[in-house]
Write a protein that binds this ligand. Structure first.
Ligand code: SF4
Length: 86
């Protein structure tokens, strides 16, 4: 199973992760109008290269490797993926 990172609702949209994500796997970006509508950011599991940079930079500890999500946050794997199926 490929690994990727997942953002949980501890996200405060401080945008720190956007600056370090080389493949632009985190959305919405500041260029996307949806930024004003969302309550958190999301990672596209198909674009994420599992570099870990966003996890390291997140001051809220809102981002986890998919297989390291705490039990009560496992649902965010699907919530992140669902954002990109809209
Ligand atoms: S793990 Fe790396 S590639 Fe994946 S979302 Fe975070 S910064 Fe982007």
């Amino acid at each position: 199973m490929s690994r990727f990172a997942v953002i949980t609702d501890n996200c405060t949209k401080d945008l720190l992760c956007l600056d370090v994500c080389q493949p632009v796997a985190i959305h919405p970006t500041t260029d996307e109008p949806d930024m004003d509508n969302v309550t958190q950011l999301y990672i596209d599991p198909k674009t994420c290269i599992d570099c870990g940079s966003c996890i390291a930079v997140c001051e809220r500890e809102a981002i986890y490797e998919v297989d390291e999500l705490p039990e009560d946050m496992k649902k965010f794997a699907e919530i992140n993926a669902a954002y990109f199926k809209k």
